[in-house]
Design a protein around this ligand. Structure first.
Ligand code: HPA
Ligand code: MG
Length: 223
């Protein structure tokens, strides 16, 4: 295997296990996180650029349909907002007309950096509104895929016409049989990451870049 690399494999953006990331000193980030981070894994600009391409792919596949975008809160809000914005821009500049509704569902399964056994679906709007609709679920990160499978099972009960899943990140976990979303931005190593709305106990959502948290940061914000 090549040394520390961002690998190009087809159209999948893979960040290899030995990728050292970028020094924090190359970018700006909130002062209240100084000392809490190890390095930048994905700078904000690359996230936005990659999201634009996902928007194009999604438009190409389902751009002739009206879609309901189902944003999985809270971690998915940045990715969802940027993705919807890109889809709107692409649709404005093309012959295609796409009508989008954005809805929200909230899940919670993490405590500190550990996934909990039970996943709660909370604050879900009335999911029966999804019946007969083309649904695009927008998530921040897929790990084992357990969360996504539970969510998909729940939504399928309401008989949507189509369900697609877009996740900004896919984490390479020890379970290789893992679930793969229809669209994803980056495949990352099995690291706990924060930023761009991904949190550690509700902290770091206000960080623009996706970063790896260090032990000091973990201890400081542990609950
Ligand atoms: N960071 C934040 N939230 C998460 C992660 C992560 O690495 N994995 C699953 N939820
Ligand atoms: Mg999440």
């Amino acid at each position: 295997m090549s040394p520390a690399s961002l690998m190009l494999q087809g159209n999948s953006f893979q960040i290899s296990d030995n990728w050292p990331g970028y020094s924090l000193d190359l970018f700006t980030y909130p002062q209240h996180y100084y000392g809490d981070l190890e390095y930048v894994l994905i700078p904000h600009g690359i996230i936005v650029d990659r999201t634009e391409r996902l928007a194009k792919d999604i438009m190409q596949d389902i751009g002739d349909n009206d879609i309901v975008v189902l944003c999985v809160l809270k971690g998915g809000y940045k990715f969802c907002a940027d993705l919807v914005e890109h889809i709107k821009n692409l649709s404005r500049n093309s012959e295609r007309f796409i009508s989008m509704k954005v809805d929200f569902v909230r899940l919670k399964s993490y405590h500190n950096d550990q996934s909990m056994q039970d996943m709660q679906i909370m604050g879900g709007d009335d999911l029966s509104k999804l019946t007969g609709k083309n649904v695009l679920i927008v998530e921040d990160i897929v790990g084992t895929g357990r969360t996504m499978k539970v969510l998909l099972n729940n939504i399928e009960k309401y008989k949507p016409k189509m369900i697609k899943v877009a996740s900004l990140l896919v984490k390479r976990t020890s379970q290789p049989d893992g679930y793969r979303p229809d669209y994803y931005g980056f495949e990352i190593p099995d690291l706990f990451v924060v930023g761009y709305a991904l949190d550690y106990n509700e902290h770091f959502r206000d960080l623009n870049h996706i970063c790896v948290i260090n032990d000091h940061g973990k201890a400081k914000y542990r609950v």
